[in-house]
Design a protein around this ligand. Structure first.
Ligand SMILES: Nc1ncnc2c1ncn2[C@@H]1O[C@H](COP(=O)(O)OP(=O)(O)OP(=O)(O)O)[C@@H](O)[C@H]1O
Ligand SMILES: [Mg+2]
Length: 469
């Protein structure tokens, strides 16, 4: 059978970095071909070479089908509408003019296909990050390509949206499309993969079949086994360090009360739109609220004042690293220092970068790092600041299995030193595995709280309950 794409001996350097080193890859019609590898292994670089964005330094590529690519970093124009973004660079035209009627007709069909319920005229900047990702997917689906490449589309999606995407992918495969799929969620790989090419340090180190175990995948990609994926070490809980009481912002969240004690990790679970991120941002002073109080270590924190929150001992790792977490043109070192302008000890910077295994130099611009390594820098910055209370909002999005464990170990270290952590996460195994108790939010309210050892079903039962408002 003829491959849709045949790549042989692909090598690509960026300065002194060898991102790809003699990689071979075939993509056949009717297969889901997964690319698996640690952060910085070369997956996105390979995608860009396949797509013709980067020229390889060495090697050959034969393309026998049209390619559509969903890149890791979203490529939407925030100021344009959903419909305009769907047809960006290929607007339907009639008599040389943009055919807005055709656009209006087709946009809802496309949105329906991915199950996204937003108005086609809505501005993309007003959508959540998961919704933006679904717009990207809808746009790629409309291109009737023979090969569809998806670079970590599920990193920002929750369970239901991921299920939908995996179903669409299976349909496309059955229709003879060749898919290349990148994800750090090993369970997704087990659900859809026909073949798995594992990259390590820019080389292909093995091709696995669909029945590969997670243990085998991890060993090949990381080079060593990982015994405990969620190594939470529980501490005796001390005094309350964070007290969010009756926090209310009309239309966003209502009467939210959450306490986190010294030494504790409290998880916050819920569906997209449940109000978790909104509460985290309000507590940290990014956004205002109407009623309620936030106290850190017994003292009230002035509302809508990030500087006051930081002085009080709060930290927030935001969910949107590109928009809020990083200065992309700055170096790794400069970004790590951002939260701690007082504490510029170059040894500490290097130590934290090493612990998180950030692949890149302290003096390298952050935009040159792979997606997962950028995320590690955002987390490293707040770990260095060592706040009394750290709020983590989707901290391990796009982070590989090995580096996740390093982040969890650092969370353990914080709580062992009497700090408190509020862990907002859509990753159910993570929020259950790393939290000492889990608060579940639904429709802007706290729907319930579950003790350590809760099951995914128990969390979901609370998360999906009907609105009583
Ligand atoms: N434009 C660039 N300039 C310099 N170095 C780069 C550039 N793009 C990628 N690199 C380097 O190439 C290597 C591979 O990066 P790549 O983005 O392909 O990793 P990845 O496997 O996609 O990782 P992740 O899982 O974090 O997305 C990394 O060391 C990265 O820093
Ligand atoms: Mg990548």
């Amino acid at each position: 059978m003829n491959a849709l794409i045949t790549a042989r001996g692909i090598t690509k350097h960026f300065g002194a970095t060898k991102a790809l080193d003699g990689v071979d890859l075939d993509v056949f019609a009717g297969e889901v071909h997964v690319l698996l590898g640690e952060n910085g292994a070369g997956k996105s670089t390979l995608v860009k070479v396949l797509a013709g964005i980067h020229d390889p330094d060495d090697g050959t590529i034969e393309r026998n089908a049209r390619l559509a690519v969903i890149h890791q970093e979203l490529a939407l124009v925030p100021e344009l509408s959903v419909a305009e973004n769907l047809f960006l660079n290929r607007l339907p035209r009639r008599f040389g003019l943009v055919d807005r009627a055709a656009m209006r007709r087709r946009a809802p069909e496309l949105l329906d296909r991915v199950g996204l319920r937003v108005h086609p005229d809505a501005k993309v900047r007003d959508l959540g990050i998961a919704q933006q990702q679904m717009v990207e997917i809808a746009r790629a689906l409309d291109q009737d390509a023979g090969v569809l490449i998806l670079d970590e589309p599920t990193a920002v999606l929750t369970g239901t949206e991921t299920d939908r995407l995996l179903e669409i992918m299976a349909q496309l495969r059955d229709n003879g499309v060749g898919l290349v799929f990148i994800t750090h969620h090993l369970d997704e790989i087990q659900r859809v993969a026909d073949r798995i090419t594992v990259l390590r340090d820019g080389r292909s180190v093995g091709v696995l079949g669909p029945r590969a175990t997670t243990r085998h995948m991890i060993e090949l990609m990381v080079g060593r086994p990982i015994d405990e994926q969620y190594p939470r070490e529980q501490q005796e809980a001390g005094e309350p360090l964070l007290r969010i009481s009756g926090l209310t912002r009309s239309g966003a969240f209502e009467d939210v009360t959450i306490e986190v004690h010294a030494g504790e990790v409290v998880g916050v679970a819920g569906l997209v739109g449940a109000g978790r991120t909104e509460v985290a941002r309000a507590a940290f002073g990014v956004d205002d609220y109407d009623r309620g109080t936030v106290e850190v270590d017994g003292k009230p924190v002035r509302r809508h004042d990030v500087q006051a929150a930081i002085r009080a001992g709060l930290g927030l790792v935001p969910e949107d690293r590109k928009g809020q977490g990083l200065v992309l043109t700055g170096t790794v070192g400069q970004n790590l220092e951002l939260a701690t302008l007082a504490n510029r000890d170059p040894r500490r910077l290097r130590e934290i970068a090493d612990r998180l295994r950030v692949k890149g130099h302290v003096d390298q611009p952050v935009r040159e790092l792979s997606g997962g390594n950028q995320q590690k820098v955002v987390i490293g910055k707040w770990l260095l600041a060592d706040p009394k209370v750290l709020i983590l909002d989707e901290p391990t999005r796009g982070v590989d299995v090995g580096a996740k464990v390093e982040i969890y170990e650092l969370v353990n270290r914080m709580t062992a030193q009497g700090r408190a952590v509020l862990l907002v996460s859509s990753d159910l195994p993570e929020v259950i595995g790393m939290s000492d108790r889990v608060v579940v939010m639904a429709h802007g309210r706290v729907a319930g709280e579950l003790p350590k050892g809760a099951t995914q079903d128990q969390v979901m039962a609370l998360a999906v309950q009907e609105s009583t408002a």
